[in-house]
Design a protein around this ligand. Sequence first.
Ligand code: ADP
Length: 289
Amino acid sequence: MSIIQVENLEYVYGAGLPGATRALHDVSFSIEEGDFVGIIGPTGCGKSTLITHFNGLHRPSSGRILVDGQDMWADPKAIRRFRFMVGLVFQYPEYQLFEETVYKDIAYGPTNMGLDADEVRRRVLMAADFCGVAESWLEKSPFELSGGQKRRVAIAGVIAMQPRVLVLDEPAAGLDPEGREMILSQVKAYHRESGSSVVLVSHSMEDIAKYADKVLVLQEGTVAMYDTTENVFARAQELMDMGLSVPQVTQIFLQLRSMGIDISTDVYTIPYAVKTICRALEERGLSGC
Ligand code: ADP
C-alpha cells in the first residue's frame, strides 16, 4: 500500500479573497513505503506548499491526501497523529532550536508523543547517532554549536519521532560540500536502515541524482514528471527547457552527443558514466576499461 497518496490536490492561498493564488492543481501521485523521492522544480512551482500538506500544515482546497491509506482530513481533530507519522524538516531548521540543551531539543518531539522517559532517551541516542551528534554535545546549549552541527541536531529531533516518512526541504542549503555530503549520507543511511520513506526537496541535481530513486518534477503547480531518477534525467532537454539544470555528468553526455558521438545520454551518476564510456569504447573495438 502507498504510504502517501495524493489525489487531485488543489491548494489556493487566500481562497475567496482578491489576489488569491492557486499554488497547486491536479496533483496526483503516490509514494510507496521505503521510496526515496526527490522533488525538483523551478522556484515558485509549489514544492514547499506540497510538502507542508504531507503532515497537515496545509489543508487541501480540494482533493485528498491519504497517509497509510487514511484520509488525513476525514477527522480534522485527529490531524496531530499524522504529524508524528510524517516528519518535516524545514529549510534552515536550526533556527527552530530553542531548548536549554541539545538533549532536550532532540527529546522535544518524542516527549510530545507521550512516550516514557526511557523510550525518549533511547530515541534521542538513536537519532543523535544517525545524525552524527556526539554524546558530548547532548548537555550543551545548542547555541554553543556551529551552524552545521545545529542543523544535525534539528534533523535528529525529527528522526527521534521515528516518522514513517521523513520529508526534508533543502536540508543541505548553505552548507559547504563536506557538510552537504555528511547530512545527506546520514539521511540515506537512515533511509536504508529504518526502511522509512524519504522525500527530499533540493535544487541540487547532483544530490537528487546521487540519493533519490524516484523524482517528481513540479511545474507551475502541477506534476510535470514522476518516474525513476534514470528516466527523469533521460529527459534532460525537457528539464532544461523548464529552466532546470541536469547533473553535470549528464551535461557532458549531451555535449558529446551534440558533437556527433553516438552515445546514450541517460547517464546521471559517475559510475554509470564510466560504464557507458567503457561500453561505447568496446562497441568501437577499443578497450581501455
Ligand atoms: P516553491 O517551494 O516551489 O518555491 P511555493 O510552494 O513556495 O513554491 O509557492 C508556490 C506558489 O504559491 C508561488 O506562486 C508563491 O508565490 C505562492 N505562495 C507561497 N506562499 C504563499 C503565501 N503564504 N501566500 C500567498 N501565496 C503564496
